[in-house]
Design a protein. Structure first.
Length: 195
């Protein structure tokens, strides 16, 4: 994937001060990219901060028809390979229940399993095309600043009026700004990547 061009594309030094943005979004997965796309299309100056996306995520490839419908204005779901899932079986001890997934996506599937590198990459390219600037650096800290937020990354700092934490369940933004999720509020998932 080519690096989106923007005001932060050449900022590599640890002392680099980037231009002020309206919104800084930490996390370039589906939620962060979608927020960046919508905000940039609305005219906001958006910094999308993430040093690891797009990447493969073996346990996160299931995308519902409803989710594909939500992003169809920005990506073509038929442009990448997907495996349709028509039923799901839930097992608990000796009991099992199978249900049909009848919420079709854009290609008639209730659930599509996709390569996250491709799906997330398509969303990231759409956000960049809408005008969001990708800051390819990991966030290391965040502080309140006058009139907004200052996000410290390994590549410099980003100042913005608003801050969106889209950096997952172990969110550094959440831990710095609010509080971490309680252990009982988290789930465990596993998966594999078959090639």
């Amino acid at each position: 994937m080519s690096t989106p061009k923007g005001p932060t594309a050449n900022c590599q030094s640890s002392s680099c001060q980037m231009p002020r943005f309206d919104v800084a979004i930490v996390g370039a997965g589906p939620a962060g990219c979608r927020a960046a796309y919508r905000l940039a299309r609305g005219g906001a100056r958006v910094a999308l901060i993430d040093g690891s996306h797009p990447r493969e995520k073996p346990c996160g490839g299931g995308v519902t028809g409803r989710a594909l419908e939500l992003v169809r204005d920005s990506i073509d779901a038929a442009a990448f390979e997907a495996v349709g899932i028509e039923t799901a079986t839930f097992v608990d001890g000796g009991r099992a229940a199978t249900m049909r997934l009848d919420e079709p996506d854009l290609n008639g599937r209730g659930l599509a399993v996709v390569a996250r590198r491709e799906f997330d990459g398509a969303l990231l390219r759409a956000a960049a095309a809408a005008g969001a600037s990708l800051v390819e650096s990991r966030m290391i800290a965040v502080d309140r600043s006058i009139g907004g937020w200052r996000v410290f990354t390994r590549g410099g700092t980003v100042d913005a009026g608003w801050l969106v934490g889209a950096d997952g369940p172990n969110s550094l933004v959440r831990r710095r700004v609010s509080q971490p999720f309680r252990r009982q509020d988290l789930s465990v998932a596993s998966g594999y990547d078959q090639r």
